[in-house]
Design a protein around this ligand. Structure first.
Ligand code: AMP
Ligand code: MG
Length: 407
Protein backbone atom coordinates (compact mmCIF):
# COMPACT_ATOMS: atom_id res chain seq x y z
CA UNK A 1 0.00 0.00 0.00
CA UNK A 2 1.29 3.45 -0.97
CA UNK A 3 1.82 6.03 1.76
CA UNK A 4 0.61 9.38 0.48
CA UNK A 5 0.63 12.86 1.95
CA UNK A 6 -2.76 14.48 2.39
CA UNK A 7 -2.03 16.88 -0.48
CA UNK A 8 -0.99 14.10 -2.84
CA UNK A 9 -4.09 12.07 -2.01
CA UNK A 10 -6.33 15.09 -2.48
CA UNK A 11 -4.66 15.95 -5.77
CA UNK A 12 -5.11 12.41 -7.10
CA UNK A 13 -8.75 12.36 -6.06
CA UNK A 14 -9.54 15.76 -7.54
CA UNK A 15 -8.00 14.82 -10.87
CA UNK A 16 -10.86 12.32 -11.34
CA UNK A 17 -13.65 14.88 -11.02
CA UNK A 18 -14.89 17.32 -13.65
CA UNK A 19 -17.58 19.98 -13.25
CA UNK A 20 -21.11 18.81 -13.93
CA UNK A 21 -23.31 20.38 -16.61
CA UNK A 22 -24.78 23.85 -16.34
CA UNK A 23 -28.36 25.02 -16.59
CA UNK A 24 -30.16 28.35 -16.71
CA UNK A 25 -32.16 28.79 -13.50
CA UNK A 26 -34.62 31.43 -12.27
CA UNK A 27 -32.91 33.69 -9.73
CA UNK A 28 -35.16 32.49 -6.92
CA UNK A 29 -33.69 28.97 -7.26
CA UNK A 30 -30.05 29.98 -7.43
CA UNK A 31 -29.12 30.26 -3.73
CA UNK A 32 -26.02 28.14 -2.97
CA UNK A 33 -25.64 27.18 -6.64
CA UNK A 34 -22.34 27.79 -8.40
CA UNK A 35 -22.32 30.50 -11.03
CA UNK A 36 -21.20 29.18 -14.44
CA UNK A 37 -20.36 32.52 -16.07
CA UNK A 38 -18.95 35.90 -15.09
CA UNK A 39 -21.71 38.43 -14.61
CA UNK A 40 -21.11 42.00 -15.71
CA UNK A 41 -23.38 44.91 -14.91
CA UNK A 42 -25.81 45.87 -17.66
CA UNK A 43 -26.73 49.07 -15.83
CA UNK A 44 -25.25 51.59 -13.42
CA UNK A 45 -26.18 51.15 -9.76
CA UNK A 46 -27.81 53.16 -8.47
CA UNK A 47 -29.43 53.76 -11.87
CA UNK A 48 -30.16 57.45 -11.13
CA UNK A 49 -29.17 60.12 -8.59
CA UNK A 50 -31.47 59.64 -5.60
CA UNK A 51 -31.98 60.88 -2.08
CA UNK A 52 -30.70 58.91 0.90
CA UNK A 53 -33.01 60.82 3.29
CA UNK A 54 -36.54 62.12 3.62
CA UNK A 55 -36.03 65.87 3.29
CA UNK A 56 -35.77 68.71 0.80
CA UNK A 57 -33.77 68.78 -2.41
CA UNK A 58 -32.17 72.19 -2.87
CA UNK A 59 -29.42 74.24 -4.44
CA UNK A 60 -26.33 74.59 -2.27
CA UNK A 61 -25.66 78.05 -3.80
CA UNK A 62 -28.83 79.34 -2.11
CA UNK A 63 -27.34 78.69 1.35
CA UNK A 64 -23.80 79.93 0.93
CA UNK A 65 -23.94 82.78 3.46
CA UNK A 66 -24.99 80.32 6.23
CA UNK A 67 -27.76 82.58 7.52
CA UNK A 68 -31.28 81.11 7.80
CA UNK A 69 -32.96 81.07 4.42
CA UNK A 70 -36.51 80.35 3.39
CA UNK A 71 -36.93 78.36 0.16
CA UNK A 72 -40.11 78.03 -1.89
CA UNK A 73 -41.28 74.41 -2.11
CA UNK A 74 -42.25 73.85 -5.74
CA UNK A 75 -42.66 70.07 -5.92
CA UNK A 76 -43.25 66.93 -3.90
CA UNK A 77 -41.24 63.91 -5.11
CA UNK A 78 -42.13 60.47 -3.77
CA UNK A 79 -40.04 57.38 -4.52
CA UNK A 80 -40.92 55.87 -7.88
CA UNK A 81 -41.56 59.10 -9.81
CA UNK A 82 -39.20 60.78 -12.21
CA UNK A 83 -39.48 64.54 -11.56
CA UNK A 84 -39.98 66.78 -14.60
CA UNK A 85 -39.22 70.07 -12.83
CA UNK A 86 -35.90 71.85 -12.62
CA UNK A 87 -35.13 73.85 -9.45
CA UNK A 88 -34.58 77.56 -9.99
CA UNK A 89 -32.70 79.79 -7.46
CA UNK A 90 -34.61 80.05 -4.16
CA UNK A 91 -36.58 76.84 -4.80
CA UNK A 92 -36.67 73.44 -3.08
CA UNK A 93 -38.61 70.19 -3.52
CA UNK A 94 -39.79 67.85 -0.81
CA UNK A 95 -38.20 64.47 -1.55
CA UNK A 96 -38.45 60.97 -0.07
CA UNK A 97 -35.70 58.40 0.44
CA UNK A 98 -34.96 56.64 -2.85
CA UNK A 99 -36.71 59.27 -4.96
CA UNK A 100 -34.96 60.72 -8.00
CA UNK A 101 -33.24 64.06 -7.37
CA UNK A 102 -34.67 66.79 -9.65
CA UNK A 103 -32.63 68.79 -12.15
CA UNK A 104 -30.93 71.79 -10.57
CA UNK A 105 -30.71 70.27 -7.08
CA UNK A 106 -27.26 69.36 -5.77
CA UNK A 107 -28.00 68.36 -2.16
CA UNK A 108 -30.74 67.10 0.12
CA UNK A 109 -31.28 68.40 3.65
CA UNK A 110 -32.97 65.97 6.04
CA UNK A 111 -36.43 66.98 7.20
CA UNK A 112 -35.25 67.09 10.83
CA UNK A 113 -32.82 69.90 9.98
CA UNK A 114 -35.64 72.16 8.75
CA UNK A 115 -38.57 73.94 10.38
CA UNK A 116 -40.98 71.43 8.78
CA UNK A 117 -41.34 68.39 10.97
CA UNK A 118 -44.64 66.92 9.83
CA UNK A 119 -43.56 63.41 8.84
CA UNK A 120 -46.96 61.73 9.10
CA UNK A 121 -48.07 59.56 6.20
CA UNK A 122 -50.16 61.63 3.80
CA UNK A 123 -48.84 64.98 5.08
CA UNK A 124 -48.80 67.75 2.49
CA UNK A 125 -45.59 69.65 1.76
CA UNK A 126 -45.30 73.20 3.14
CA UNK A 127 -45.36 76.28 0.88
CA UNK A 128 -41.90 77.19 2.06
CA UNK A 129 -39.24 75.69 4.25
CA UNK A 130 -36.68 77.38 6.53
CA UNK A 131 -33.11 76.08 6.43
CA UNK A 132 -30.76 77.32 9.10
CA UNK A 133 -27.50 75.56 8.29
CA UNK A 134 -25.18 75.37 5.35
CA UNK A 135 -25.24 72.28 3.14
CA UNK A 136 -22.38 70.58 1.31
CA UNK A 137 -22.65 69.86 -2.39
CA UNK A 138 -23.74 66.24 -2.89
CA UNK A 139 -24.93 65.86 0.70
CA UNK A 140 -27.41 62.95 1.02
CA UNK A 141 -27.39 62.21 -2.69
CA UNK A 142 -26.55 58.71 -3.87
CA UNK A 143 -25.17 59.37 -7.31
CA UNK A 144 -25.78 57.24 -10.35
CA UNK A 145 -23.11 54.50 -10.67
CA UNK A 146 -21.49 55.19 -7.29
CA UNK A 147 -21.83 51.48 -6.42
CA UNK A 148 -21.39 49.79 -9.81
CA UNK A 149 -20.66 50.96 -13.35
CA UNK A 150 -22.15 49.43 -16.48
CA UNK A 151 -19.77 46.79 -17.81
CA UNK A 152 -18.06 46.10 -14.49
CA UNK A 153 -17.74 42.39 -13.56
CA UNK A 154 -19.64 41.98 -10.32
CA UNK A 155 -19.69 38.20 -9.78
CA UNK A 156 -17.24 35.69 -11.16
CA UNK A 157 -17.70 32.20 -12.54
CA UNK A 158 -17.21 29.54 -9.85
CA UNK A 159 -18.68 31.60 -7.05
CA UNK A 160 -21.23 29.89 -4.81
CA UNK A 161 -24.11 32.32 -4.81
CA UNK A 162 -24.91 33.86 -1.45
CA UNK A 163 -28.24 35.46 -0.56
CA UNK A 164 -26.76 38.94 -1.00
CA UNK A 165 -25.47 37.96 -4.47
CA UNK A 166 -29.03 37.15 -5.49
CA UNK A 167 -30.07 40.61 -4.31
CA UNK A 168 -27.38 42.20 -6.46
CA UNK A 169 -28.36 40.10 -9.47
CA UNK A 170 -31.97 41.15 -8.93
CA UNK A 171 -30.86 44.80 -8.94
CA UNK A 172 -29.17 44.24 -12.27
CA UNK A 173 -32.22 42.60 -13.73
CA UNK A 174 -31.62 39.15 -15.24
CA UNK A 175 -34.51 36.82 -14.41
CA UNK A 176 -32.25 33.78 -14.67
CA UNK A 177 -28.53 33.00 -14.63
CA UNK A 178 -26.40 30.03 -15.73
CA UNK A 179 -25.40 27.82 -12.81
CA UNK A 180 -24.05 24.31 -12.46
CA UNK A 181 -26.60 21.68 -11.60
CA UNK A 182 -26.06 20.19 -8.15
CA UNK A 183 -23.79 17.16 -8.11
CA UNK A 184 -25.60 13.95 -7.09
CA UNK A 185 -23.85 11.81 -4.53
CA UNK A 186 -25.00 8.29 -3.59
CA UNK A 187 -24.25 7.33 0.00
CA UNK A 188 -24.31 4.04 1.84
CA UNK A 189 -23.03 2.65 5.12
CA UNK A 190 -21.84 -0.87 5.57
CA UNK A 191 -21.70 -3.22 8.51
CA UNK A 192 -23.69 -6.07 10.05
CA UNK A 193 -23.62 -4.21 13.35
CA UNK A 194 -25.66 -1.27 12.10
CA UNK A 195 -29.26 -0.58 13.09
CA UNK A 196 -31.59 2.10 11.80
CA UNK A 197 -32.36 4.97 14.15
CA UNK A 198 -35.51 4.29 16.10
CA UNK A 199 -34.77 0.57 16.38
CA UNK A 200 -34.08 -0.60 19.95
CA UNK A 201 -30.42 -1.32 20.62
CA UNK A 202 -29.50 -5.01 20.74
CA UNK A 203 -26.39 -6.70 22.08
CA UNK A 204 -23.46 -6.13 19.77
CA UNK A 205 -25.29 -3.60 17.59
CA UNK A 206 -24.94 0.16 17.18
CA UNK A 207 -27.01 2.66 15.26
CA UNK A 208 -25.91 3.86 11.83
CA UNK A 209 -24.80 7.38 12.66
CA UNK A 210 -22.54 7.96 9.66
CA UNK A 211 -25.46 8.06 7.23
CA UNK A 212 -26.82 11.04 9.11
CA UNK A 213 -23.58 12.95 9.55
CA UNK A 214 -22.39 12.38 6.01
CA UNK A 215 -25.73 12.98 4.29
CA UNK A 216 -25.91 16.36 6.00
CA UNK A 217 -22.29 17.12 5.07
CA UNK A 218 -23.03 16.32 1.42
CA UNK A 219 -25.92 18.77 1.40
CA UNK A 220 -23.86 21.33 3.25
CA UNK A 221 -21.22 21.04 0.54
CA UNK A 222 -23.86 21.87 -2.07
CA UNK A 223 -24.67 18.46 -3.51
CA UNK A 224 -27.80 16.34 -3.60
CA UNK A 225 -27.61 13.17 -1.54
CA UNK A 226 -29.17 9.88 -2.57
CA UNK A 227 -29.28 7.64 0.48
CA UNK A 228 -28.94 4.00 -0.40
CA UNK A 229 -29.12 2.69 3.17
CA UNK A 230 -26.94 0.07 4.80
CA UNK A 231 -25.10 -2.81 3.13
CA UNK A 232 -24.54 -6.02 5.03
CA UNK A 233 -21.02 -7.39 5.20
CA UNK A 234 -21.36 -9.69 2.22
CA UNK A 235 -20.65 -9.47 -1.49
CA UNK A 236 -24.28 -9.51 -2.69
CA UNK A 237 -25.49 -6.79 -0.38
CA UNK A 238 -22.65 -4.40 -1.23
CA UNK A 239 -23.03 -5.16 -4.93
CA UNK A 240 -26.77 -4.50 -4.88
CA UNK A 241 -26.23 -0.97 -3.54
CA UNK A 242 -23.39 -0.18 -5.91
CA UNK A 243 -25.52 -1.35 -8.84
CA UNK A 244 -28.30 0.91 -7.68
CA UNK A 245 -25.90 3.87 -7.58
CA UNK A 246 -24.64 3.04 -11.09
CA UNK A 247 -28.20 2.76 -12.37
CA UNK A 248 -28.99 6.22 -10.97
CA UNK A 249 -25.97 7.65 -12.85
CA UNK A 250 -24.78 9.61 -9.84
CA UNK A 251 -21.67 11.79 -10.00
CA UNK A 252 -19.96 10.19 -7.01
CA UNK A 253 -20.43 7.16 -4.78
CA UNK A 254 -19.53 7.56 -1.14
CA UNK A 255 -19.51 4.85 1.49
CA UNK A 256 -18.45 4.51 5.06
CA UNK A 257 -16.75 1.47 6.61
CA UNK A 258 -16.09 -1.93 5.14
CA UNK A 259 -12.93 -0.77 3.41
CA UNK A 260 -10.37 -1.80 6.00
CA UNK A 261 -8.48 -5.03 5.60
CA UNK A 262 -10.74 -6.95 7.95
CA UNK A 263 -12.16 -10.35 7.07
CA UNK A 264 -15.61 -8.82 6.59
CA UNK A 265 -14.63 -5.85 4.45
CA UNK A 266 -16.25 -6.63 1.11
CA UNK A 267 -16.43 -3.23 -0.56
CA UNK A 268 -13.01 -3.52 -2.15
CA UNK A 269 -13.62 -6.82 -3.95
CA UNK A 270 -17.05 -5.76 -5.22
CA UNK A 271 -15.66 -2.54 -6.64
CA UNK A 272 -12.84 -4.42 -8.33
CA UNK A 273 -15.31 -6.80 -9.99
CA UNK A 274 -16.79 -3.88 -11.97
CA UNK A 275 -14.21 -1.16 -11.80
CA UNK A 276 -10.96 -0.48 -10.06
CA UNK A 277 -9.90 0.33 -6.58
CA UNK A 278 -6.87 2.04 -5.10
CA UNK A 279 -6.33 1.56 -1.46
CA UNK A 280 -4.06 4.13 0.08
CA UNK A 281 -2.54 4.81 3.39
CA UNK A 282 -2.68 8.57 3.84
CA UNK A 283 -0.22 10.09 6.26
CA UNK A 284 -2.97 11.53 8.45
CA UNK A 285 -4.80 11.02 11.69
CA UNK A 286 -7.59 10.13 12.05
CA UNK A 287 -8.56 8.39 8.85
CA UNK A 288 -5.36 6.78 7.61
CA UNK A 289 -6.88 4.14 5.27
CA UNK A 290 -8.67 5.70 2.35
CA UNK A 291 -10.29 3.82 -0.48
CA UNK A 292 -10.57 5.47 -3.84
CA UNK A 293 -11.66 4.02 -7.12
CA UNK A 294 -14.30 3.78 -9.78
CA UNK A 295 -17.41 1.67 -10.07
CA UNK A 296 -18.80 1.43 -13.59
CA UNK A 297 -16.89 4.65 -14.36
CA UNK A 298 -18.32 6.56 -11.40
CA UNK A 299 -15.73 7.86 -8.93
CA UNK A 300 -15.94 6.08 -5.58
CA UNK A 301 -14.60 7.25 -2.22
CA UNK A 302 -14.67 4.83 0.71
CA UNK A 303 -14.52 6.70 4.00
CA UNK A 304 -13.47 4.97 7.20
CA UNK A 305 -16.20 3.60 9.48
CA UNK A 306 -15.28 5.34 12.69
CA UNK A 307 -17.56 8.35 12.96
CA UNK A 308 -14.86 10.99 13.52
CA UNK A 309 -12.60 9.51 10.84
CA UNK A 310 -15.50 9.58 8.40
CA UNK A 311 -16.15 13.23 9.22
CA UNK A 312 -12.51 14.24 8.86
CA UNK A 313 -12.15 12.23 5.65
CA UNK A 314 -15.15 14.07 4.27
CA UNK A 315 -13.74 17.47 5.19
CA UNK A 316 -10.28 16.73 3.84
CA UNK A 317 -11.16 14.95 0.59
CA UNK A 318 -14.85 14.84 -0.24
CA UNK A 319 -15.77 18.49 0.30
CA UNK A 320 -13.18 19.56 -2.26
CA UNK A 321 -14.34 16.86 -4.70
CA UNK A 322 -17.95 18.03 -4.44
CA UNK A 323 -16.74 21.59 -4.89
CA UNK A 324 -14.98 20.61 -8.10
CA UNK A 325 -18.02 18.69 -9.36
CA UNK A 326 -20.18 21.70 -8.67
CA UNK A 327 -17.83 23.96 -10.62
CA UNK A 328 -16.82 25.93 -7.55
CA UNK A 329 -13.50 27.63 -6.95
CA UNK A 330 -14.30 27.91 -3.30
CA UNK A 331 -13.32 24.69 -1.67
CA UNK A 332 -12.77 24.84 2.00
CA UNK A 333 -13.88 25.72 5.44
CA UNK A 334 -12.95 29.15 6.76
CA UNK A 335 -9.55 28.91 8.44
CA UNK A 336 -7.53 31.09 10.80
CA UNK A 337 -4.43 30.74 12.94
CA UNK A 338 -5.17 30.03 16.59
CA UNK A 339 -3.04 29.67 19.71
CA UNK A 340 -2.95 26.25 21.41
CA UNK A 341 -3.93 26.52 25.09
CA UNK A 342 -2.08 23.33 25.96
CA UNK A 343 0.81 21.27 24.64
CA UNK A 344 -0.30 18.91 21.87
CA UNK A 345 1.62 15.71 21.21
CA UNK A 346 1.31 14.14 17.80
CA UNK A 347 2.73 11.07 16.07
CA UNK A 348 4.15 12.88 13.04
CA UNK A 349 1.14 12.28 10.80
CA UNK A 350 -0.88 15.30 9.61
CA UNK A 351 -3.42 15.42 12.43
CA UNK A 352 -6.89 16.86 12.64
CA UNK A 353 -7.80 17.47 16.28
CA UNK A 354 -11.12 18.51 17.71
CA UNK A 355 -11.00 21.81 19.56
CA UNK A 356 -13.09 24.65 20.81
CA UNK A 357 -11.75 27.99 19.66
CA UNK A 358 -12.79 31.20 21.37
CA UNK A 359 -11.45 34.66 21.94
CA UNK A 360 -9.51 35.22 25.14
CA UNK A 361 -8.18 38.73 25.74
CA UNK A 362 -8.12 39.52 22.06
CA UNK A 363 -6.43 36.26 21.01
CA UNK A 364 -8.10 33.23 19.39
CA UNK A 365 -7.26 30.31 21.69
CA UNK A 366 -7.92 26.59 21.10
CA UNK A 367 -8.74 24.02 23.78
CA UNK A 368 -8.96 20.36 22.78
CA UNK A 369 -12.37 18.85 23.48
CA UNK A 370 -12.38 15.52 25.30
CA UNK A 371 -11.27 12.14 23.95
CA UNK A 372 -9.58 12.38 20.56
CA UNK A 373 -10.22 8.73 19.63
CA UNK A 374 -11.73 8.24 16.19
CA UNK A 375 -14.93 6.80 17.61
CA UNK A 376 -15.61 9.63 20.07
CA UNK A 377 -18.23 11.63 18.27
CA UNK A 378 -19.12 13.62 21.37
CA UNK A 379 -15.82 15.48 21.35
CA UNK A 380 -16.49 16.45 17.73
CA UNK A 381 -19.90 17.73 18.70
CA UNK A 382 -18.31 19.86 21.43
CA UNK A 383 -15.72 21.25 19.02
CA UNK A 384 -16.14 24.22 16.70
CA UNK A 385 -12.85 23.69 14.88
CA UNK A 386 -10.37 21.12 13.63
CA UNK A 387 -6.77 21.99 14.49
CA UNK A 388 -4.27 20.93 11.87
CA UNK A 389 -0.97 19.65 13.18
CA UNK A 390 1.35 19.42 10.16
CA UNK A 391 3.06 16.19 9.11
CA UNK A 392 6.42 15.72 10.77
CA UNK A 393 5.49 17.62 13.93
CA UNK A 394 5.59 15.56 17.11
CA UNK A 395 4.92 18.28 19.67
CA UNK A 396 3.23 21.65 19.57
CA UNK A 397 4.11 23.55 22.75
CA UNK A 398 1.40 25.50 24.58
CA UNK A 399 1.12 29.01 23.16
CA UNK A 400 2.20 28.08 19.64
CA UNK A 401 -0.05 28.86 16.69
CA UNK A 402 -1.61 26.30 14.35
CA UNK A 403 -4.21 26.50 11.58
CA UNK A 404 -7.81 25.82 12.55
CA UNK A 405 -10.69 25.00 10.22
CA UNK A 406 -14.04 26.14 11.53
CA UNK A 407 -16.59 23.37 11.31
P1 AMP B 1 -15.00 -0.83 9.73
O1 AMP B 1 -14.32 0.15 8.82
O2 AMP B 1 -16.13 -1.52 9.04
O3 AMP B 1 -14.03 -1.77 10.34
O4 AMP B 1 -15.63 0.02 10.90
C1 AMP B 1 -14.81 0.74 11.81
C2 AMP B 1 -15.60 1.18 13.02
O5 AMP B 1 -16.60 2.10 12.62
C3 AMP B 1 -16.33 0.08 13.74
O6 AMP B 1 -16.27 0.33 15.13
C4 AMP B 1 -17.74 0.21 13.25
O7 AMP B 1 -18.69 -0.33 14.13
C5 AMP B 1 -17.88 1.69 13.12
N1 AMP B 1 -18.89 2.06 12.14
C6 AMP B 1 -18.95 1.56 10.88
N2 AMP B 1 -20.00 2.09 10.22
C7 AMP B 1 -20.60 2.92 11.05
C8 AMP B 1 -21.75 3.74 10.94
N3 AMP B 1 -22.44 3.81 9.80
N4 AMP B 1 -22.13 4.49 12.00
C9 AMP B 1 -21.40 4.42 13.15
N5 AMP B 1 -20.32 3.67 13.31
C10 AMP B 1 -19.91 2.92 12.29
MG1 MG C 1 -17.32 -3.08 9.31
Amino acid sequence: MTLLSVDEARGRILSHFQPVATEELPLMECAHRVLAQDISATTDLPPFDNSSMDGFALRVADLLDASPRSLRVVADIPAGLSPTISLAPGEAARIMTGAQVPQGADAVIPVEDTDFDDRDAGSRPPESVLISRSVKSGENIRTRGMDIHTGQIVLTKGRTLKPQDLGLLAMLGPASVPVHRRARVALFSSGNELLEVGAPLKPGKIRDSNSYTIAALIEDAGAEVIRLGVAKDNHESVEALLEKAAHLKVDMILSSAGVSVGAFDFVKEVIEANGKMDFWRVNMRPGKPLAFGEYRNIPFIGLPGNPVSAFVGFEVFVRAAIGKLNGSYNEGRPQIRVRCAEQIDSDGRESYLRAEVSEENGVMVAHLTGHQGSGNLHSLVQANALLIIPAGVKCVPAGQEVIAWFI
